[in-house]
Design a binder for this molecule. Structure first.
Ligand code: CMP
Length: 142
């Protein structure tokens, strides 16, 4: 099915000047970028986005990292976008990520792992709505 997923290029990858390289991966893989913005997340924005992890031991470090510099946030559209985006990201821990995935190529540690992607169609709807108003999402008919 035609789906959308929420993608974030995290502060480590933005800091390494990898925005264009990662957008190239998305477009080469057949995604349409239907919304995008650069943001420097506040503590409240990062805590809200990752609320499901609030009881995890890594939560404070995660929020500190995600607020340490600007991120690029985008909504990506494709057939099976959620699965497809997870496949090109690779495993959460770059040590486990398959060769050729974004995390294998661009991330060093599980804490600073270059990219985020929604883990389900339901999460994608919530995460896209967290960052984008409906009128900020551009339908791509060509
Ligand atoms: P992300 O997909 O953005 O979702 C939550 C983030 O927490 C995850 O990527 C990792 O960067 C980070 N994290 C740190 N430690 C862990 C862990 N043990 N399990 C899952 N995520 C972790």
């Amino acid at each position: 099915a035609l789906e959308r997923t929420l993608s974030i290029i995290k502060p480590d990858a933005v800091g390494k000047n990898l925005i264009g390289a990662i957008y190239n991966r998305f477009e080469t893989a057949g995604f349409r970028i239907v919304a995008a913005k650069m943001m420097h997340l506040s503590t409240e924005q990062a805590e809200g986005f990752y609320a499901e992890h609030s009881e995890r031991p890594f939560f404070r470090a995660l929020v500190d990292f995600m607020t340490s510099g600007p991120v690029m946030v985008q909504a990506l559209e494709a057939e099976n976008a959620v699965r497809k985006h997870r496949d090109i990201m690779g495993a959460t821990n770059p040590a486990d990520a398959l060769a050729g995935t974004l995390r294998a190529d661009y991330a060093e540690t599980i804490d600073e792992n270059a990219v985020h992607g929604s883990d389900s169609v339901e999460s994608a709807a919530r995460e896209i709505a967290y960052f984008f108003a409906d009128e900020e999402i551009c339908s791509r008919t060509r």
